[in-house]
Ligand binder design. Structure first.
Ligand code: ZN
Length: 145
């Protein structure tokens, strides 16, 4: 079983590893746990997911006023879909949620951070195309098994 925090309600779910690719849903709210979408999350959900998740988690620190961030958004969504079943890609709006960006010392946006096993595994600043976002996410070892 692997642990995944629901990106909608924040509940911890346990999912059999071989079901990660077949659309597991949150037992509490029914949201997709691994739906290939780049979910917007807040500070509290992010911190819990970093601590809890057994699959790689990539965070896009962005803001609405940031042109390169908006340019990268469709590429990020493409990468999220391509990585479905392996990694989860989320977005944190640094204008609305400032605690996490302060904690991780985000100086410029967009910044991507990949987390694995509760720790920062890689960091990259600047907008990237989908293929490079995928390569970035794939630096983190996949779910434990
Ligand atoms: Zn939920």
């Amino acid at each position: 079983m692997v642990k995944l925090v629901c990106l909608d309600c924040g509940q911890t779910n346990r999912v059999p590893q071989d079901r990660l690719g077949s659309g597991p849903k949150c037992g509490t709210c029914g949201a997709g746990l691994m739906d290939g979408k780049a979910h917007e999350i807040d500070d509290a959900t992010l911190e819990k997911a970093i601590r809890t998740d057994d699959v790689p988690l990539v965070v896009d620190f962005w803001a609405p006023w940031c042109g390169p961030c908006r340019m990268m958004a469709p590429e990020y969504s493409k990468a999220a879909a391509a990585l479905k079943g392996r990694s989860r890609l989320v977005k944190l709006n640094t204008e609305q949620h400032q605690r996490a960006s302060a904690k991780f010392g985000i100086r410029g946006i967009p910044t991507l951070i990949a987390f694995g096993k509760g720790r920062e595994a890689a960091r990259q600043s600047g907008a990237l195309p989908a293929a490079q976002i995928e390569a970035f996410a794939n630096q983190v070892p996949a779910a434990k098994g």
